[in-house]
Design a protein around this ligand. Structure first.
Ligand code: ATP
Length: 398
């Protein structure tokens, strides 16, 4: 087990494309960190640089107490689980899982032969080592519920079973660091959710330092101790799942984390007596007092108001609610909840996730209520930072 430290790590591909820019992150021993972001944001490149499968063009990567920039992948003491599992088709599950350990043992035996004659003592040691491999494979198989599959070939396994074998193969190696590259993306939606829970359960028993890459924000939120949100090769925020959701550093993170995504309304900030209002066309939404006090310096600026769909209701009953008229376009019942798609009077789209028993239908004009204590205000300037965070949260988002 080990900590992993990335210090200003960059990758510029031949041709000049900057896939990763000055990526810095300290991953604690036993921590589970998820890199998440849209396709092409550089998350796989970052993982592959940690694995040693991709040269880095700037910065330093440290695993434990060793800088590994120049260390070959096989010598980094990492185990990687790939999206396509990369199992050997001609080997049984047992051999697939044991292969790396057997390889290690054979190298040891070869050295022995070169240097010395195989004495009875060494022969006994080799047998013990073989038994050790057998035990490790069986213990991992037991943990993953695949003991009955050990004699099968990968072609006789389902996608979920193959995925377990790939994870098992990583576990038996007892590496310092696990690297997962989109390990669930080849599974159908239901199995993905099941396997996600299994990985989480496994995590409670095997606490190896882990870097996990996914484009699925829900997977990132459910699995990570910390989540690193990336865009265009740049870290946007590195925080706990709760903090990335509740205190997004900028508009990109706010829109990326959460389902359905956060609503954004364009407008400006104006004084209204002692308080402040967000002006969106003909609508004026009064800020909650605490946020108004923080936002005073930004009066007159063009801003974007971020409202999560759960913070819109027809009758919210919130302490600091603002009214916002809307017209219903589509309703999507989801069991106990319902997603309602509306337009504001400024013709901007909104989604509200409300109680399914609320009586609304397409064509209705409704008065929505907005929970103004939990909205966000983003500067429309470069990077669209979140201006409404309390100072202690704003100080440490990335
Ligand atoms: P995905 O989820 O689609 O795998 P990602 O976030 O993992 O995306 P990367 O695979 O890290 O993205 O790629 C980051 C960027 O680097 C992409 O724009 C990609 O086109 C580019 N890239 C990757 N490999 C090369 C290469 N060998 N040469 C040039 N550009 C590359």
């Amino acid at each position: 087990m080990a900590e992993v430290i990335l210090d200003k790590v960059s990758k510029t591909y031949p041709g000049g494309f900057e896939a990763v820019r000055a990526f810095s992150l300290d991953i604690r021993d036993e921590e589970f960190v998820v890199l998440v972001g849209p396709s092409g944001c550089g998350k796989s490149t970052t993982l592959r640089m940690v694995a040693g499968l991709e040269d880095i063009t700037g910065g330093t990567i440290r695993i434990g107490d060793r800088v590994v920039n120049e260390v070959a992948p096989k010598d980094r003491d990492i185990a990687m689980v790939f999206q396509n599992y990369a199992l050997y088709p001609h080997m049984t599950v047992f051999r697939n899982m044991a292969f790396a350990l057997m390889l290690r043992r054979q190298h040891g035996a070869f050295d022995n032969l070169l240097g010395r004659v195989l004495t009875p003592g060494r022969f006994r040691a080799a047998r013990q080592e073989r038994q050790g491999i057998d035990e490790r494979v069986r213990a991992a198989a037991e943990m993953l519920g695949i003991t009955s599959l050990l004699d099968r070939k990968p072609s006789a396994l389902s996608g979920g079973q193959r995925q377990r074998v790939a994870v098992g193969r990583a576990i038996v190696r007892e590496p310092k660091v696990f690297l997962f590259d989109e390990p669930l993306s080849n599974l159908d939606a239901k199995l993905r959710v099941e396997m996600r829970a299994e990985l989480k359960h496994l995590r409670q028993r095997v606490s190896t330092t882990t870097i996990y890459v996914t484009h699925d924000q829900e997977e990132a939120m459910t699995l990570g101790d910390r989540v690193v949100v990336m865009k265009d090769g740049v870290v946007q925020q590195c925080d706990t799942p709760f903090a990335t959701f509740e205190r997004p550093a900028n508009r990109f993170v706010a829109g990326f984390v959460g389902t359905p995504p956060m609503n954004f309304l364009e407008g400006s900030l104006a004084l209204d007596g002692d308080g402040l209002v967000f002006v969106h066309g003909p609508d004026r939404l009064a800020l909650a007092p605490e946020m108004a006090a923080r936002m005073k310096p930004h009066v007159g600026k063009n801003l974007t108001l971020g409202i999560r769909p759960e913070l819109l209701a027809v009758a919210g009953g919130w302490r600091h609610a603002a009214d916002l008229p809307g017209s219903v376009r589509v309703t999507e019942p989801l069991g106990d909840r319902m997603d309602v798609h509306l337009r504001t009077r400024q013709d901007e789209a909104l989604t509200a996730r409300i109680d399914a028993r609320t009586r609304v239908a397409p064509g209705d004009d409704v008065m929505l209520q907005v929970d103004m204590e939990r909205v966000h205000l983003f500067d429309t300037a470069a990077g669209e930072p979140n201006l409404s965070l309390p100072p202690e949260a704003a100080a440490s988002p990335a």
